[in-house]
Design a protein around this ligand. Sequence first.
Ligand code: KIV
Length: 258
Amino acid sequence: MNSKIKKIIDKKNKNKIVCLTAYSKNIAEIIDNHTDIILVGDSVGSVVYNYNTTRKVDLKMMIEHTKSVRMGTKKSLLAIDLPYNTYRNKSEALKNSKKALKETRCDAVKIEGGVRVSNIVSHLVKNKIPVLGHIGITPQTVKGKFKSKGKTEKDKRKLIRDAQVLEEAGAFGIVLECIYSDVSKKISNLIKIPTIGIGASVNCDGQVLVTDDILGLTNSKAKFVKKYANIRKTINSAVHKFKREVRFKKYPSKKFSY
Ligand code: KIV
């Protein structure tokens, strides 16, 4: 087993796993000092390209962003989201995962779904592709509004089954997205691989958020998003100063000229 994967699994019941998204080298370089996992999420579609669905993201796009992130990632495990329609069957999933790992030198792929994709996960794992699962809200297949999962008994049973099946298939961890806290607690206690929550309470073995959201670059209104900075304000003030200095011929001064 890849040592980075082992390190993540070993954190279960010891240290909480810190995971953030990155789409470019500069952000990866900064967050890599703090994260255990950097995820090149297909959220790049909405965050960077303003798409209204992650379904529009393709493999080429994911690979280019992951190559950039790879350059800034030294210590964290680097995972890439396999985008929509790139893992519809075993051979397609394996071909695209191999391509992604080879071209980006990332450590793992993430795919969405539980029981529905379990045969694909086990095929990838048998072929030495480390897989991070993703259940609960799965944006690639969501219809209509995003609604948290695990309210009804039927829903709870489905989520627990999804998690167990992914563990049996060989996933090294599972992202739980927007799942009620009692269910994420149950799942995290039941399975031996770590759960990484996004809107799934403190009961998970780790947390993941979109970096642009925590920096205040996006205008996300999701309940689980906590803004730890207001980077828009910082950029705004820097650019305002630059504009004034250009207008008043203060920039470039001699110091910045040849
Ligand atoms: O696409 C993404 O960024 C994700 C995480 C937020 C879990 O899937």
